[in-house]
Ligand binder design. Structure first.
Ligand code: ADP
Ligand code: SF4
Length: 688
């Protein structure tokens, strides 16, 4: 049962006219499903309500065609026809005793209007934020009145959908009330520009409008950024303190955080649990209204400390609720070690960024609640008495073994190494990635509770071992390794001088303890996190490091996980030299021959070693050997052999966990030849 130390987390909190049953508050988060996939969206939110969150929020919700966020798929309340999609969510959230919250937003110059083709709106004339080749126009007083009307009407629609809390949004550099606040976006000389009182006028008005429109039924929340870390052009802490003082009692709830999003949802590599505290802790002292804040909180002790020390009243969470929708319930039931802690990898964010349904490294059911019927806690019991042998205990093998074990199968998990976790164990030792070990630790904790799962370390299995073992089903999850030959996106024929060169290292060499010294070039044709982590590690070991890439910037894909800017800052801080848009054409062991990606100009770079981060190859020798002996399977009692995760196709840790989970879900249940998930066909494209 619940530890009394955590009782405080389960106290109800009054928020204006509504009361939340506890202090667990799922703050707004994007999910890539939004208005396009309302059934999937509602089912995802429902699982969190079922898991005990007291408040469940939507993502940003567009209020008008001039706030169109295309191609991003968020919520939408342009007119009454958008109400039913959000009512779906409200009904499901209410069914579990939780409150539903709606984050209304009109992003002005940070919208796109790519679908609606409306002209972007802004406090003053200015470029659109995301580099679209059109400017936003300055709003006149009529536009401001219209915007206020749209916001009021959207609030009423939200109330009709069943929302209990309506947000006014002034955070993340993403909404007009915030844009009017920012000196860099507001050069007006009328009553809405200039002095701070003038710059907060719109925010004050919209808060009052919302209260008048829906305040009798709904709480009015203000999501407010206290610091943008941009200096005087942005909202700064000192000014934010004045603003909170001026508006202290106007909203029913303060939801406070840092802007922009990359400073708010910071990856664990760059920020620890509770890192926002110094920027938001003043708010609680300036208002009598409840305050919610975020900090990737997964530890109930940290949560209690935040409340007891008067930092916040409500534990805000996006990522921890994605990684574990049942986090509150687990605390309530005294099952602390069952909490599936977020690792701070931000793969969830990449769903929104790539306009695809949200996925999570830790929680493979995220985004699959409706379309595949997956649940983060429940899984169908086994459909046969099969014994399953899982070879390889990385994220794929661990998750397969865990979920198969949960289904009740007799599971045997063997790994060649003396420790489980595969790549997660190895990568978590690199600078900044320690929390990634949670992928392993949660699974080991769960497996430890399952009597039907046996694990074998130090057990490098051969095809003969597998045939002798006597399993009905065999899962090969033996991982992959980094290539040494330079093959990758930019070098389809590899780099001739790399393959057998003792001065060429791979990330695996480093993780195995074989480190280069002196002047080292990290050659990145992979574009995500690995090269920058390697560069950081080498720098910390005293090497002179050049980050070289054929791409036009370093770590380009990491923009999708909000790592990019932090990586740039870290590389600058560490003195890692960058050389972009260059290909390697040869290496003597002391001199790299380079070619400029666009001009083809030749140049050279002296170095003592190269770490090559280009592509990986599956370690699938065991799988191939077993395939070659398929005629012997029947005699060995083997009914199937599958290859999953990095051993099938190298990918993210998220892909490996997903592959392991999918294997377990589909054992004895796979239906080949069908689309493996439900799709939305709610739109009849022939109707207007
Ligand atoms: P994934 O990301 O797909 O889970 P990893 O590389 O993280 O892959 O994990 C693969 C694991 O498989 C490693 O721990 C490795 O030691 C183990 N392994 C590889 N080959 C064998 C084998 N023949 N027998 C047992 N374990 C193996
Ligand atoms: Fe946390 Fe990563 Fe899951 Fe996002 S994807 S919730 S950061 S574990």
């Amino acid at each position: 049962m619940r530890d009394p130390r955590y009782d405080i987390l389960f106290e109800p909190v009054r928020i204006g006219p509504v009361t939340t049953k506890n202090r667990f508050f799922q703050v707004p988060h994007c999910n890539g499903m939004g208005h396009a996939m309302p059934l999937a969206h509602a089912a995802m939110r429902e699982v969190k309500a079922e898991g005990g969150w007291g408040v469940i929020s939507t993502e940003e919700c567009e209020i008008h065609p001039s706030s169109d966020l295309t191609p991003y798929v968020e919520a939408r309340l342009w007119d009454d026809r958008d109400i039913p999609a959000l009512a779906l969510m409200c009904d499901k959230v209410h069914a579990h005793g939780a409150l539903a919250a709606l984050e209304l937003s009109h992003n002005g110059p940070t919208a796109s209007n790519l679908y609606s083709r409306e002209v972007l709106l802004a406090p003053s004339h200015q470029p659109s934020k995301y580099g679209y080749p059109a400017q936003a126009r300055a709003m006149d007083l009529h536009d401001i009145a219209e915007y206020r009307r749209w916001h009021r009407e959207a609030a009423v629609r939200g109330m009709k959908a069943g929302m209990d809390i309506i947000y006014v949004y002034a955070a993340h550099d993403l909404s007009l009330p915030m844009h009017f606040l920012q000196r860099r976006r507001n050069q007006r000389s009328d009553a809405y520009g200039g002095s701070l009182e003038n710059r907060i006028r719109l925010l004050r008005e919209v808060l009052q409008d919302t209260r008048e429109a829906v305040g009798h039924r709904c709480a009015v929340a203000l999501r407010f950024a206290t610091e943008e870390l941009l200096g005087p052009g942005g909202v700064e802490l000192a000014e934010a303190q004045d603003i909170v003082g001026m508006l202290a009692e106007l909203p029913d709830l303060w939801d406070v955080n840092l802007a922009a999003w990359y400073n708010d949802s910071v990856p664990s590599r760059f920020a620890r649990e509770g890192a926002q505290e110094p920027f938001i802790d003043f708010v609680r002292k300036a208002t009598t209204k409840p305050v919610v804040g975020v900090g990737r909180f997964t530890s109930p002790d940290t949560m209690v400390s935040q409340i007891r020390r008067g930092v916040i009243d409500l534990i805000g969470a996006a990522r921890p609720s994605i990684a574990d929708p049942y986090l509150p319930r687990k605390i309530e039931e005294g099952r602390i070690d069952d909490i599936r802690e977020c690792i701070g990898c931000n793969i969830c964010v990449s769903g929104d960024m790539t306009i695809s349904p949200i996925r999570c490294t830790q929680n493979p059911s995220m985004g699959e609640e409706w379309r595949k019927g997956w649940h983060p806690e429940r899984i169908a019991p086994k459909a046969s008495e099969a014994r399953v042998l899982v070879v390889g205990g990385g994220p794929a093998g661990l998750e397969a073994a865990r979920a198969l074990g949960q289904r009740g199968y007799e599971v045997h998990l063997a790994d060649a190494r003396r420790e489980l976790g595969g790549r997660v164990t190895r990568e978590a030792r690199l600078p900044g990635l320690a929390e990634w070990a949670r992928v392993r630790d949660w699974r080991l904790g769960q497996i430890g509770k399952l009597a039907n799962v046996s694990t074998y370390l130090d057990s490098a299995l051969t095809a003969q071992d597998v045939l002798d073992f006597g399993a009905d089903h065999v899962v090969i999850a033996t991982g992959c390794h980094w290539r040494r030959d330079g093959f990758g996106r930019s070098h389809g024929l590899g780099i001739a001088d790399f393959a057998d060169n003792a001065r060429v290292f791979t990330p695996d060499d480093l993780m195995d303890g074989r480190w280069p010294e002196g002047r080292v070039v990290v050659y990145d044709d992979d574009y995500f996190y690995t090269a920058s982590v390697v560069a950081e590690a080498l720098r910390l070991r005293g090497c002179e490091v050049t980050y070289l890439t054929p791409d036009d910037t370093i770590a380009s894909w990491s923009a999708n996980t909000l790592d990019y800017r932090h990586i740039q800052w870290r590389m600058a801080e560490l003195g890692v030299v960058q050389r972009v848009s260059h290909l390697v054409t040869g290496y003597t062991g002391t001199t790299l021959a380079l070619e400029h990606a666009w001009s083809a100009a030749a140049s050279s770079l002296e170095c003592d070693a190269v770490v090559v981060v280009t592509a990986r190859l599956p370690d699938d020798a065991l799988y191939q050997a077993l395939k070659a002996r398929e005629p012997e399977w029947t005699d060995a009692g083997i009914r199937s052999v599958a290859c999953i995760g990095d051993a099938l196709a190298p990918g993210l840790i998220a892909h490996a966990v997903y592959a392991g989970h999918r294997y377990a879900q589909e054992l004895d249940a796979r239906r080949d030849g069908e689309v493996p998930f439900k799709r939305h066909f709610h739109h009849d494209p022939t109707r207007t």
